[in-house]
Design a protein around this ligand. Sequence first.
Ligand SMILES: [Zn+2]
Length: 144
Amino acid sequence: MSVSNAEKKAPSRPLPKLNELDTGEFWQATANKEFRYQQCANCGTIMWYPRAHCTGCVDGDLRWKVSAGKGTIYSFSVVRLSYHPFFRTKVPYAVAYVDLDEGPRFLTNVTGIDDPLTDVHVGQCVELAWEEHDELCIPLVRPA
Ligand SMILES: [Zn+2]
C-alpha cells in the first residue's frame, strides 16, 4: 500500500530527551521558555552545556541560573546542503555560536532573517526566539 503525498507526515526537528541525567532539567525548563545555565558555587565558573561537575575546579556544587535571553553572535556558518529530512527543508540556514550576556556560549540557529548569507554577522546582537513543541521549546535566536 502506498501513501499519498497528502498523507505523508512532514519531517520534524529531532528533539532532545527530557530525562537525561545532566540535561533533563535544562530541557524541562525550556517548556517555560527559560534558558538555564550552571554556575559553580565554589569558583564561580559559568558552564554550558549542563553537566555534573565544574569545568574550572571539578566541584559538584553547581547552581542553576536563568539567562535574560540577550546575547551576541560569536561565530557562525551557513548550511547550504543537508541530507537530514527536516534540515534539508531549511537550507540555507545559519548555525551560530551565541554568547549570552551572562556568559554561556551555545550553538543554535538564527531565525527571523531573510537571507542567512547577508543578514548574520559576528558581534550581532540577538535575543532568544523559542520554537515551541509539546513538552519543550528549542532555544533559537533572532536579531535583537
Ligand atoms: Zn568550580
